[in-house]
Design a protein around this ligand. Structure first.
Ligand SMILES: Nc1ncnc2c1ncn2[C@@H]1O[C@H](COP(=O)(O)OP(=O)(O)O)[C@@H](O)[C@H]1O
Ligand SMILES: [Mg+2]
Length: 389
């Protein structure tokens, strides 16, 4: 697997409900880039569920109780509703319009038709494409998660993509320190604030880094404040982030904790970091098994070897053999990295020409959505902007 040019589409959360939901569950569960949430299966009772689309399936278009079900779904998720029914299409359009559905489908339909309707509904709701969520993870501390996350977010912001860096290393996050940003608020402040989280509210809790233009949602100031950040709050934060930013980079801790599980739900591409050391290989191998068990698709996992070439390190082919996985990206061991961390300036700024910065920039170009002012998109405009400065 090489990930150059491979850009998985945004993962969508579909709230599936209705008397005939089981009939399409299998199709949707096997569809790429879809996470199915069964209504009533979250153990949340009537608590809000964060979903991109609600998909309500009837046995026939004359099944009663649709209006009540639609109202309940709206309360639960507030997501655009697709109404689907088996059998004759009689009355489905009227029912759909009456309950405020954004689309109606007469079943059965091929998987592609269902997916198209779902993606279209999600797009209509946000008025645009959702941002891409990239999660940087490693089951071992000190392997370079924060270094990669901060450099990737910086590269993204500098290419003109509206970028949010979310520090989900809730106990010991140091993204703010790495960027020398003094956060005006943290994710625990956001989680304990009153009311629901939307893009506007999120905007009041992020801190903009003047050097790079990226927004940071900082980790709590003290480990004990992490407790207040639950999975429901995180789901709401990430849903809001996706509608407001082009790229969302998530820095994580080394654990499969609640924060990491919430992040996985929204992750489009997981950058799994491994160091060329036996202990790192062992942990990453177990990490990959855990990722499989959690049902996170392997084609969304990109293996990143960081510090390749470090003295006495294992080489690339041994890593691939030990993990039975192809390396997607390589980042060299480079002395500019610790120096840049200590100066609190990402290497892509402080040492633009270094081998590490060039490798991160190449990784960024492969994984990020295209920025409006990136060279490929608008070379002349970029030139004019520069000239005016
Ligand atoms: N490619 C690299 N070359 C040299 N040193 C590195 C490299 N990547 C990371 N480091 C060093 O490792 C340290 C730990 O990295 P960090 O990103 O904080 O790890 P994590 O977030 O996974 O715990 C950094 O402060 C830096 O000094
Ligand atoms: Mg870290």
């Amino acid at each position: 697997m090489t990930n150059n040019g491979h850009n998985p589409t945004t993962n969508l959360r579909v709230l599936l409900s209705g008397p005939a939901a089981d009939a399409v569950a299998g199709t949707l569960e096997h569809a790429p880039a879809i996470t199915v949430i069964h209504a009533g299966s979250t153990g949340n009772g009537d608590l809000p569920i964060s979903a991109d689309v609600a998909f309500h399936v009837l046995e026939s278009s004359s099944t009663p109780g649709v209006a009540e079900a639609a109202a309940h779904l709206r309360e639960l998720a507030g997501a655009p509703l697709i109404l689907a029914a088996y059998g004759e299409p009689n009355g489905i359009v009227e029912t759909g319009l009456a309950v405020g559905a954004v689309d109606v489908l007469v079943l059965p339909q091929p998987a592609e038709t269902l997916l198209f309707a779902i993606r279209k509904a999600a797009k209509t709701a946000t008025g645009s494409e959702l941002g891409k969520v990239l999660t940087v993870f490693s089951p071992k501390g000190g392997s370079g998660k924060t270094v990669l996350a901060t450099n990737l977010a910086t590269a993204a912001a500098r290419s003109g993509v509206k970028t949010l860096l979310v520090d989900l290393d809730l106990q010991f996050g140091d993204s703010a320190l790495s960027l020398a940003v003094t956060p005006r608020a943290t994710i625990s402040d956001l989680a304990t604030s009153s009311g629901t989280v939307d893009a506007e509210k999120l905007g009041a809790f992020v801190s903009t880094d003047p050097k790079t233009g990226l927004d940071l949602l900082a980790a709590p100031r003290r480990p004990e404040e992490a407790e207040v950040v639950g999975q429901n709050e995180l789901a709401a934060v990430l849903a809001a982030a996706r509608s407001a930013y082009g790229a969302i980079i998530i820095d994580t801790g080394p654990l499969f904790d609640g924060a990491m599980l919430a992040a996985l739900d929204y992750t489009d591409e997981l950058l799994l970091i491994c160091n060329p050391e036996v202990t790192s290989l062992k942990n990453v191998r177990i990490g990959l098994e855990t990722i499989d068990r959690l049902g996170f698709a392997r084609d969304r996992v990109s293996l990143v070897v960081n510090r390749l070439g470090a003295r006495g390190g294992v080489d690339r082919s041994d890593i691939e053999q030990a993990l039975d996985t192809k390396v997607a990206y390589e980042l060299p061991d480079d002395s500019v990295v610790p120096a840049s961390v200590n100066r609190a300036l990402p290497a892509v700024i402080s040492d633009e020409g270094s081998s590490f910065a060039r490798a991160v920039t190449a990784l960024a170009q492969a994984v990020l959505p295209r920025g409006r002012t990136s060279q490929q998109a608008a070379p002349q405009r970029r030139f004019i902007l520069r000239g005016r400065r």
